[in-house]
Design a protein around this ligand. Structure first.
Ligand SMILES: CC(=O)N[C@H]1[C@@H](OP(=O)(O)OP(=O)(O)OC[C@H]2O[C@@H](n3ccc(=O)[nH]c3=O)[C@H](O)[C@@H]2O)O[C@H](CO)[C@@H](O)[C@@H]1O
Ligand SMILES: C=C(OP(=O)(O)O)C(=O)O
Length: 437
């Protein structure tokens, strides 16, 4: 397993361009299974999770033609559905979270979809009921093998049938899966309590450009008129909003002057304002974000009535849970106190132990809530050796290490590489002292 060695306490300076969004790319790549025509996808991030999914598509028989960097043309005209029943698939299919979204398109187009228990971050319970209840509502038969955690759905002889459904929770990958199955079902499907992250808006736009009939895009009520078949298209993935949030946190905590290029402001939702609540100055310059060096630190804004600031996650357009670990680490050097409330996942805050070791003042109230008492840079974090438990804790620890005094070591950096493209190289380009060993 690789490690990063980081010499902290050095302000950075320069421009950084966000990669394409990991979570959008996972949906978009699965959607190529919905047609036998060519689908060209641009701005694909070169990260572990995406490369694993591309390999999986290749093993399913999808033709992969690489264009310029970040652009690939896929053609799923000779899909080998038999691969789903091999031992190799049982290993490969469970290697990442996003692979769950091959099930909807395979079910819709080939009448069956199987998947082993998907991987992804170990950040708490990650149920799949919403996905499979959706397929069952469309008429699919469901089976689950408890022994090897293998899930399967098959469509009835007459095919999937559109229906009205109310999801039990606004699951991101669940909504994507159900939409991808419903676009080829007979008749009309309505999906209420649908997730509506920019990832899903982009998926729906892509599907419509392939010939699907989806309305309500961007809301929590999607209406889908089933069509006979879909055709090819070209789609460009948005910049990764979680990476953008990570760079905002990094700039503030290392007192660096950083411009984040081409962020697609209209798709950032509450992200800029949530960091502003921590006292961070975020300037909109065209489609860039400019963060000045916070040489005098940043001060938390309390609520109107003076009560302690709470930052909590919620389904979109609420604040994404994937940025709470980053907000938490940034709060450790703010002037003021913040309550971080991670409502969705129950094991995502345990990494605070490492920050406490480094000298941060944090009280973990329970698995979901932590109170952070900021140092206002009066006490610098101390360098240490740590291991990255999940992707977002990993980047948060990296930000902490870049702001800390001395040389830190981060182990298990595959967790970071899973979602951040060439991060060491890109950080070195703005002055960071980080090496991969
Ligand atoms: C590959 C991918 O796209 N992964 C993202 C996706 O995961 P994923 O699609 O797996 O996450 P879900 O949206 O299904 O749910 C995440 C967790 O939140 C809970 N939950 C969800 C909705 C809700 O209204 N209430 C609630 O409590 C679920 O029970 C689950 O524990 O969405 C998560 C939530 O934004 C993100 O953290 C992940 O980065
Ligand atoms: C939790 C995440 O990813 P995954 O769902 O792929 O584990 C994430 O991107 O923060």
């Amino acid at each position: 397993m690789g490690i990063f060695k980081i010499e902290g306490g050095i302000p950075l300076k320069g421009e950084i361009t966000p990669q394409g969004a990991k979570n959008e790319a996972l949906q978009i790549l699965c959607a190529v299974l919905l047609t036998g025509d060519k689908v060209k996808i641009n701005n694909i991030p070169d990260i572990i999770d995406i490369n694993k999914l591309i390999t999986l598509l290749g093993n399913l028989g999808v033709k992969i033609q690489r264009n310029e960097p970040g652009s690939i043309t896929f053609q799923a005209d000779e899909v080998n559905v038999g691969y789903l029943e091999t031992e190799a698939f049982k290993k490969e299919g469970g290697a990442l979270r996003g692979s769950i979204m091959i099930v909807g398109p395979l079910l819709a187009r080939f009448g069956k979809g199987y998947i082993p228990k998907p991987g992804g971050d170990k950040i708490g319970r990650r149920r799949l009921d919403t996905h499979f209840e959706g397929f069952i509502n469309l008429g699919a038969k469901f089976r689950y093998n408890r022994e090897d955690h293998f899930y399967g759905v098959e469509s009835p002889a007459e095919g999937l049938q559109g229906t009205d459904m109310l999801l039990d929770e606004a699951s991101v990958t669940g909504t994507a899966n159900i939409v991808m199955a419903a676009v080829l079902a007979k008749g009309q499907t309505t999906v209420y309590n649908a997730a509506c992250e920019p990832y899903l808006q982009q998926l729906c736009k892509m599907l419509n450009s392939m010939g699907a009939k989806i309305t309500g895009v961007g809301s929590n009520l999607l209406t889908i008129e089933g069509v006979e078949s879909l055709g090819g298209c070209e789609h460009t993935i948005l910049p990764d909003m979680i990476e953008i949030g990570s760079w905002i946190g990094l700039a503030a905590m290392t007192k660096s002057e950083i411009t984040i290029k081409n962020v697609s402001w209209e798709n950032l939702g509450l992200i800029p304002n949530t960091f502003r609540k921590l006292g961070i100055t975020i300037e909109k310059r065209g489609d860039d974000i400019y963060i000045p060096a916070h040489t005098d630190g940043y001060e938390v804004k309390t609520d109107i009535d003076g009560s302690i600031l709470t930052i909590a996650d919620a389904p979109w357009p609420g604040f994404t849970p994937d940025l709470l670990s980053i907000v938490l680490v940034v709060a450790t050097q703010a002037k003021g106190d913040v309550l971080i409330h991670q409502k969705m996942f129950e094991s995502r805050l345990f990494f605070v132990d490492k920050l406490i070791d480094m000298g941060a003042k944090i009280m973990l109230c329970d698995p979901h809530r932590a109170v952070v008492m900021g140092h206002n840079f009066e006490s610098q974090l101390k360098a240490t050796t740590m291991s990255s438990p999940d992707i977002r804790a990993g980047i948060s620890l990296l930000i902490a290490a870049l702001s800390a005094k001395g040389t830190s070591t981060i182990q298990n950096i595959e967790q970071i590489d899973r979602g951040y493209e060439r991060i060491d190289e890109r950080l070195r380009a703005i002055g960071a002292k980080i090496v991969r060993a």
